[in-house]
Ligand binder design. Sequence first.
Ligand SMILES: [Zn+2]
Length: 209
Amino acid sequence: METGQKSQPQTFDLVAGNVCLDFINTLDDRFSDHPKELLATYGDLVRFGVESRVIGSKQASQVVRRAHAAKDQGRAVLRKAIKLREALHGVFSAVAGHRRAEARSLSALNEFIQESAAHTRLVEKSESFQWQMDSTSSLETVVWAIARAAGELLASAQLQYVRMCSSPTCRWFFLDTSKGHQRRWCDMKLCGNREKARKFYKKRKNESA
Ligand SMILES: [Zn+2]
């Protein structure tokens, strides 16, 4: 049925269970010889924000239009976003490896968190309060939302469930909210099955040797 409205297919594999971890995963195959940059343009960053639901689609078209008119600004925000991602990678790698975070990564992240806080305020809903960005039309909204999510996760009890995928080439981050907290793969369909197949063929090879 033609509704006149194109619904775009999902671009990003959001398997992490937290937006800031999904964001780190946007440099795909990070530890292979050919890392794949999934955030090639400012538009990619906004699409990530829409699919992760940190920005609404109406607001997204607004900022994409503005970035189109001021290409340098869009590019500068993309560079900032990548800087945030790499700071997050530094801090969360240390978390997953039970090490202390490097001061450099943590202070870079703190700069983003302070900036994000400067644009965040509380608004009253019916019987509760909610965080809201005060300048939702800024090109940096997605970056601020991700920084805030990262700060919330780092200061929460959920932090102990941050994991890296067991596949050595993948190493995607995810939050292990499974019952026994024994999840090993970013996605069973992707990395889990690949590992099972690898073990199966290895076993068969050994048996036939
Ligand atoms: Zn994986």
